[in-house]
Design a protein around this ligand. Structure first.
Ligand code: SF4
Ligand code: SF4
Ligand code: SF4
Length: 272
């Protein structure tokens, strides 16, 4: 039973967030929202421990579809980074702000870039593409993320400076258009670079938050050097080009790890 401790811990963390927000904000939505996400994540980890091949994808689809269709399309909440800036500017502590605080700013201190592996609705689609393992060496164009990050901020600031009316409607349209753009660029880059996760590596503005915070992540894949035979399989199957055999936090592409556990599944020596 000890091996099932991890899903229980994850569920407990999310339930703590759910109950705390429910009581402090006096809003039942937070209890249901974070409980649903916690159960989906715990289920994914449980299935992984039961060696179900598509365990991560189950969680990714459960959370990603819920976020995109329910929160984004049905509740008309801009869950993109533009929505985060928007609600921050208006001073409204809404779902998008809380979502960013939990999943992308403070949460990564505990679960690193788990968001990218198990919840993101952009990657949920990109992971269906044929290049699960990158077929080309990594490009040195990661600086683009700072550009898109600044662009998202400038876009929202311009809307406020222009004193436009009906901002909620504009932000909803920006959410739909932004997602279409992300999917188009993400799919195009995946085929161009033969790498499903090219968008995550070079373009995604959210990584400006995710990368530095996940450097300190409590949850991380480590290597038992006593068992490792340096076969290199883990590095070959990693979608994010992480040198997981290096134990240090400064390991190559360390802040790129999305906790997909492909390396762990493929290590024949159980060194990870
Ligand atoms: S890097 Fe961006 S697009 Fe990729 S999974 Fe993470 S949040 Fe989603
Ligand atoms: S797959 Fe396992 S044994 Fe091979 S290099 Fe990676 S950690 Fe070491
Ligand atoms: S394969 Fe391993 S090192 Fe690479 S992203 Fe997945 S969990 Fe992280």
């Amino acid at each position: 039973m000890k091996k099932y401790l991890l899903p229980v811990i994850m569920l407990a963390i999310f339930e703590t967030v759910a109950i705390t927000l429910w009581l402090t904000m006096d809003n039942l939505f937070y209890l249901l929202n974070f409980s649903y996400i916690g159960i989906s994540i715990a289920l994914g980890i449980f299935l992984f421990l039961r060696k179900y091949k598509h365990a991560r994808r189950v969680t990714q689809l459960l959370v990603g579809l819920y976020m995109f269709f329910y929160l984004g399309v049905m509740c008309r909440e801009n869950m993109q980074i533009e929505g985060f800036w928007y609600y921050l500017f208006t001073g409204v502590f809404e779902a998008a702000t809380i979502h960013y605080a939990v999943a992308k700013i403070f949460g990564p201190l505990i679960f690193g870039r788990g968001w990218c592996g198990y919840a993101c609705w952009t990657a949920m689609v990109l992971d269906f593409l044929p290049y699960k393992v990158p077929m080309q060496p990594r490009k040195k164009i990661g600086w683009i993320r700072y550009f898109t990050f600044a662009l998202s901020l400038i876009f929202v600031a311009s809307l406020f400076l222009a004193h436009l009316g009906n901002m909620e409607k504009i932000m909803f349209r920006a959410f739909l258009m932004g997602n279409l753009l992300y999917y188009a660029i993400g799919i195009g880059l995946a085929f161009l670079f033969k790498d499903n996760r090219a968008f995550c590596k070079y373009i995604c503005p959210v990584t400006v938050f995710l990368k530095p915070m996940s450097y300190f992540s409590l949850l991380r894949v480590t290597c038992d050097t006593g068992k490792c035979i340096s076969c290199g399989k883990c590095k070959r199957v990693c979608p994010m080009n992480v040198d997981v055999t290096d134990h240090s936090r400064k390991r190559k592409n360390g802040t790129e790890c999305i906790l997909c556990f492909e390396c762990v599944k493929n290590c024949s020596k159980d060194a990870l």
